[in-house]
Design a protein around this ligand. Structure first.
Ligand SMILES: *[C@@H]1O[C@H](CO)[C@@H](O)[C@H](O)[C@H]1NC(C)=O
Ligand SMILES: *[C@@H]1O[C@H](CO)[C@@H](O)[C@H](O)[C@H]1NC(C)=O
Ligand SMILES: *[C@@H]1O[C@H](CO)[C@@H](O)[C@H](O)[C@H]1NC(C)=O
Length: 449
């Protein structure tokens, strides 16, 4: 009882300390805020790239600028062959119809995929907003296309699933916004785009939809001082409706990746293969070539289930979270191949999730003798989990695990313990008959001391 009381008192003190902390608009203060524990424990999220680029659904979500810059002859040929001369990118807007978009179905799918959070592109580099922003008149999902508040519908469906946290991606720059082009031409000595558009719309979307992950992008051409990022973040941490729970990435200016903000993201598809000294996230795609939907994608362009599960365990072993991207169609459907990969991940996590969610990096990230074996540990340190990413045949040698006759070894999705013996170095573990385990693609050994 006394212990419990002490616990309550210290928790209350800790919480009130959190609530009264006042962050100042500079990086040392912003960076002093810890990344919320829920984010590390969640491990798996779903990224959704959806916008007007889902209408041409050709090349990738950079279609507008790839086509206009002349850097993509195939894009020009596509437009010449299928659209009338002089067709503008804006004319794709009305065909972004979303007539089959059912937010509740998406939420169910992402939950069944084993994800704990979602991140939707509220606005990509084309500038079109998926919510009725008063700062994006006539270039938003209420005025043009679906005539619906897509962010609002999705946020409501996600909030209705207690296991999922809601997050938003937000592109700072907009390729062809005249105010951006003017500030850029002025060498960023002016900031009209930031003060009249970027910050007001960013605050609007945060206040209206309360995202617990704030995931900016499109920051790289200008310093964080131009974007007024620390001012925005001081507001986010001191005053916004998500000040106590929000997790953020590191894309706040050309100098901030891997330096400032929250979790590190690198240059997309970050997967270093070793433990990073800071929490990070591997945002990656099921279609290896694009974040947005591509009508002409082939089956070979997709990650296989083996590749997806291997990427998952490599990422988590090295201290990362995995953010798996889907690109819905202009009608609001998620292609069956993308649904299938997500459901396969969900099946795999259903058997092996105990070694993923809430796990911590172990002393070794991968094995010292057998390739493709990755490790995590339970947060109390009582168990080591070894992910074996290809079926090894009769046995596997783990060089990083010290032999001790009192340990027990089992496999998730398999009944009973596995025999093992000393090896040089480490231990050798006999694998069961393949039909006696319910796992597929990657198998998890549980080593208990
Ligand atoms: C979404 O789909 C579910 C069934 O999956 C259905 O019950 C619901 O009415 C649909 N919602 C809308 C807005 O169409
Ligand atoms: C909320 O969740 C419940 C249970 O999963 C479901 O029956 C209901 O349709 C959901 N409502 C919305 C608006 O998604
Ligand atoms: C373990 O991972 C590191 C870094 O990715 C790699 O260089 C090394 O070859 C791996 N070890 C084995 C045995 O595969």
């Amino acid at each position: 009882m006394a212990k419990l009381f002490l616990f309550i008192v210290t928790s209350a003190l800790f919480l009130s300390h959190c609530h009264t902390q006042n962050y100042t608009p500079d990086w040392p203060s912003i960076d002093s805020r810890p990344i919320p524990a829920w984010y590390d424990e969640a491990k798996i999220g779903i990224f959704i790239h959806w916008g007007v680029y889902s209408v041409p659904a050709f090349k990738n979500e950079w279609f507008w600028t790839e086509w206009k810059s002349g850097g993509c002859p195939a894009c020009e040929e596509f437009m010449t062959a299928h659209y009338k001369p002089g067709f503008t990118y804006q004319e794709f807007g009305p065909d972004f119809t979303a007539e089959f978009f059912n937010a509740s179905d998406w939420a169910d799918l992402f939950q069944r995929a084993g994800a704990n959070y979602v991140v939707l592109t509220s606005k990509h580099h084309e500038g079109y907003t998926l919510w009725p922003s008063k700062y994006s008149f006539s270039w938003n999902s209420m005025d043009v296309g679906p005539h619906r508040d897509l962010v609002g519908e999705f946020a409501a469906a996600i909030r209705n699933r207690t296991s999922l946290r809601f997050g938003l991606y937000y592109s700072m720059y907009e390729w062809y916004n005249p105010l951006w082009m003017q500030d850029k031409a002025n060498g960023f000595t002016t900031d009209e785009f930031v003060t009249t558009k970027v910050i007001p719309a960013f605050k609007e979307v945060v206040e209206r939809y309360v995202p617990e992950i704030v995931w900016p992008d499109g920051e790289w051409e200008a310093l964080s001082t131009y974007w007024k990022s620390t001012e925005f973040l001081a507001w986010l941490y001191n005053e916004s409706p998500v000040k106590d729970t929000v997790a953020i990435n590191d894309r706040w200016g050309s100098e901030t990746r891997g330096e400032h903000g929250g979790f590190w993201t690198g240059g997309d598809r970050l997967n270093p293969g070793y433990l990073l000294p800071h929490k990070w996230e591997n945002c990656m795609t099921l279609d290896k070539q694009s974040w947005g939907y591509r009508k002409n994608a082939k089956i070979e362009d997709y990650l296989t289930p083996e590749e997806l599960m291997r990427t998952l365990v490599e990422t988590v072993s090295c201290g990362g979270n995995l953010l798996v991207n889907v690109g819905p169609t202009r009608e609001g459907m998620i292609a069956p191949i993308q649904q299938e990969r997500l459901l396969q991940m969900g099946d795999w996590l259903g058997v092996n999730g105990v070694a993923v969610y809430g796990s911590v990096p172990w002393t070794s990230q991968n094995d010292t003798v057998t390739q493709g074996v990755w490790y995590t540990a339970s947060s109390d340190g009582s168990k080591i989990y070894a992910f074996v990413t290809s079926w090894p045949g009769e046995s596997v040698q783990l060089g990083a695990v010290t032999y001790n006759p009192t340990i027990t070894i089992s496999m998730l999705g398999h009944e009973g313990n596995l025999p093992f013996d000393a090896a040089s170095p480490g231990i050798r573990i006999l694998f069961p008959r393949p039909d006696l385990t319910t796992s597929k693609w990657t198998w998890t050994l549980v080593i208990t001391n």
